[in-house]
Design a protein around this ligand. Structure first.
Ligand code: IMP
Ligand code: MG
Length: 180
């Protein structure tokens, strides 16, 4: 695959992602054996991972979508959680699996998890494609992680910079010249 001119280097190839996602789907099938979880896609960054993950899972499941952003003072995402699209499913008593693209400071998911727990699900787990643990500002550990990565700004496979590059089939590091 020819890489995009704005990509410094490919961090995870299509093949590496496919292998990681398949292995994760198998783990989740074991976890949810005999149950019917509602799998939640956190828009927009998770779309690719979500679609590939659920199509690799054999568990009977339902899906739903949510769009959230956390606003804070200045550049920090430590403020309030703004829901621009909420779930249409009543999750009380359901097994909920949140699908995230990347965990950075952890602020967004920390607040989302708290909010969804108030709705009394039977269980609540988070699966993330990528994790940048070095950047964490709050105690937020996902139950399932496909890839732990270095502190680099990445794009592709759903992840964006200024809403662009989401359609790249791999995860790449964005050239600094694009945003500096
Ligand atoms: P946080 O964990 O609350 O800091 O926010 C995580 C969100 O920030 C993710 O869902 C992404 O939308 C965005 N984000 C964090 N790091 C990156 C990155 O390297 N590339 C693209 N988006 C990122
Ligand atoms: Mg996101």
């Amino acid at each position: 695959m020819e890489k995009h001119a704005d990509v410094e280097y490919v961090m995870l190839s299509e093949e590496q992602i496919a292998t990681g996602v398949k292995a994760m789907a198998e783990r989740l099938d074991k976890l949810y054996d005999g149950r019917t979880p509602v799998v939640v896609c956190v828009l927009k960054g998770s779309v690719m991972f979500f679609a590939d993950l659920i199509r690799n899972m054999k568990t009977t499941l339902t899906i739903d979508f949510m769009s959230v952003s956390s606003y804070g003072s200045g550049t920090k995402s430590s403020g309030e959680l703004k829901i621009s699209k909420d779930l249409s499913t009543n999750i009380e008593g359901r097994d909920v699996l949140i699908v995230e693209d990347i965990i950075d400071s952890g602020n967004t998911l920390y607040k989302l998890k708290k909010l969804l727990n108030e709705r009394k699900p039977a269980s609540l787990n988070i699966v993330t494609l990528l994790d940048k643990p070095e950047r964490r500002e709050v105690p937020m550990e996902p139950e399932y992680t496909c890839f732990v990565i270095e502190d680099e700004f990445v794009i592709g496979y759903g992840l964006d910079y200024d809403e662009r590059y989401r359609n790249l089939p791999y995860v790449g590091v964005l050239k600094r010249s694009v945003y500096e």
